[in-house]
Write a protein that binds this ligand. Sequence first.
Ligand code: 3HC
Length: 310
Amino acid sequence: MATSRILVLKKHMSSKAASTMIKNVTVIGGGLMGSGIAQVAAQTGHQVVLCEVSDQALQKSRSSIQTSLQRVAKKQFKDKPAEAEKFVNDSLARLNTSLNVEESVKSADLIIEAIVENLEAKHKLFSNLDAVAPSHTIFASNTSSLSIEEIASVTKRQDRFGGLHFFNPVPVMKLLEVVRIPQTSDDTYHRMMAWGAAMGKTTITCKDTPGFVVNRLLVPNLAEAVRMLERGDATARDIDTAMKLGASHPMGPFELADYVGNDTTKFILDGWHKRFPDVELFKPIPLLTKMVEEGKLGIKSGEGFYKYNK
Ligand code: 3HC
């Protein structure tokens, strides 16, 4: 483990508040983010339950987790195939799946919600969880754009509530944003920070502000790139090349927009526009709206700003 992460772990574990370590993690929602979180939790030694609504969804999650674990194993155990295989098998053995929310949270120290970005759906889930989860269980949302305080408002455990925002692809991206709401207790905060370090992530702390740190800077950047393309200032390819070679970004804004999903970017912008109608940066972009309406969502639909082999 990197020295900085050991220091974070020690700092937050030395507090009396962090005396109860998070060992059992339940992830609700097995999409791209939920699967990634469940995978990393399992590969770092946690007992994990991944909860979804259908067998088909669970099968898809399990298959993507297996593929991703093999990629991680190949990297971590380059010339040691037996160790690589053990890493994959041990991680998969710690990963259980469930179709029953109540059952899946029975022993959870931490529940992370990674379901659809819809406040009503999240409220329904968390008020149910509040009634059935053990009293010590910390609740967290991986929302990328909704307010944590608003999500937490339906529960009676706002002191045990926070935001844990991961980045795609979760096994590769090293950052975890830990979001405190005013009600989050020191105990909960320290446990979330220590858990982030135990997950092998570098943690930063952020208030419950729209987009937290990364998306607040990243999404307007993508939006400005789309506006640039719309005005005809440069081609998508040239804007991407410019940002990769001129700013050392690993992906250009259009490659990233296709990777994140144009519907997701539009959803985040629309939500912010609704809340802050005067902010120019959040205003709707006709080109983005048109692409989403035409189903050009990015890699997942086979076409976005670029075309992909499905
Ligand atoms: N699981 C496991 N390993 C993976 C992986 C996955 N899903 N995806 C990539 N990798 C590994 C590969 O195995 C490879 O390992 P290697 O170095 O040993 O070969 C390494 O990562 C690099 O992958 P690739 O060679 O396939 O491709 P790249 O070098 O182009 O890297 C990338 C791919 C890591 C995605 C890189 O382009 C990148 O960092 N892009 C930016 C991603 C980003 O900004 N994410 C944040 C999005 S915003 C967000 O998530 C917030 C949300 O709220 C919207």
